[in-house]
Design a protein around this ligand. Structure first.
Ligand code: SF4
Length: 86
């Protein structure tokens, strides 16, 4: 192993078993979130909504600039700009 391949001394590599344990603890939360999303995208925001105009930063549906909270998480009328129609 060359010095280029070695991690910096302050970087700790996490143990695979610890990562798997942590994941198994998180799994029920992911499953609950998936059930709540009910097939909707987890990455729903105004930035990936068909109605958002990035030039004016306004929602074309409501003709307003959405509040930061809505920009971050989208609203019920979100339409996925990258949706594949089949
Ligand atoms: S997510 Fe809602 S508020 Fe945001 S651009 Fe789309 S329709 Fe407008």
């Amino acid at each position: 192993m060359t010095s280029m391949n070695k991690p910096p001394p302050q970087m700790k590599i996490r143990d695979r078993d610890a990562i798997e344990d942590e994941y198994s603890l998180q799994l029920p939360h992911f499953q609950m979130l998936a059930a709540q999303l009910n097939g909707k995208s987890m990455y729903r925001s105004c930035l990936n909504c068909l109605f958002f105009d990035e030039t004016t930063e306004q929602c074309k549906k409501y003709k307003l600039r959405p509040p930061a909270r809505v920009i971050w998480q989208g609203c019920e009328d979100h339409k996925d700009a990258f949706e594949i129609p089949f």
